[in-house]
Design a protein around this ligand. Structure first.
Ligand SMILES: [Zn+2]
Length: 151
């Protein structure tokens, strides 16, 4: 295991059930690992904002083949190791997480309340190094993308 921060490892930010099933080698470059380290550091602050609740990450880095396989956006922040999808059941629902992070001081780039195929999760992206975080909040589901209705 490669520990990035106290509560996050490189492996959990790279792991993908889909990649495993499809035999896709989801291996990040050193530049992407550097982004994943920044993401893990940001996650530590998110975790604090959620009262120390454990975060279960379902998708972090996605190589282009994996991003295509899961139907990710062409310019997805996951491609650069700048985003992860997670839940934190001991804190509350993804909706409660989004509302809490929106109210926090945290400078995320994008926070998405995301729903697809019966699953619900939080997509959290940080800005590229040197870029200004947009603090954009959205709801994305099968039907549409819209400015966060949950604010
Ligand atoms: Zn995502």
């Amino acid at each position: 295991m490669t520990t990035l921060t106290e509560h996050f490892t490189l492996e959990e930010l790279v792991h993908s059930d889909t990649a495993r099933i499809l035999g896709i080698a989801n291996v990040p470059t050193p530049a992407i690992v550097a982004n994943l380290r920044r993401l893990a550091q940001f996650n530590e602050m998110v975790r604090l904002a959620l009262g120390g609740a454990a975060m279960t990450i379902s998708s972090g880095y996605r190589c282009p083949a994996l991003n295509r396989a899961v139907g990710g956006a062409r310019n997805s922040a996951h491609l650069h190791g700048l985003a992860n999808d997670f839940i934190a059941p001991t804190f509350g629902t993804p909706l409660a997480i989004c509302q809490t992070l929106k109210k926090s001081y945290l400078e995320f780039d994008q926070l998405i309340y995301e729903r697809a195929g019966g699953a619900i999760w939080v997509h959290l992206a940080i800005a590229r190094e040197g870029s200004q975080p947009r603090r954009q909040t959205l709801t994305v589901d099968n039907k549409s993308t819209r400015i966060g209705l949950w604010q």
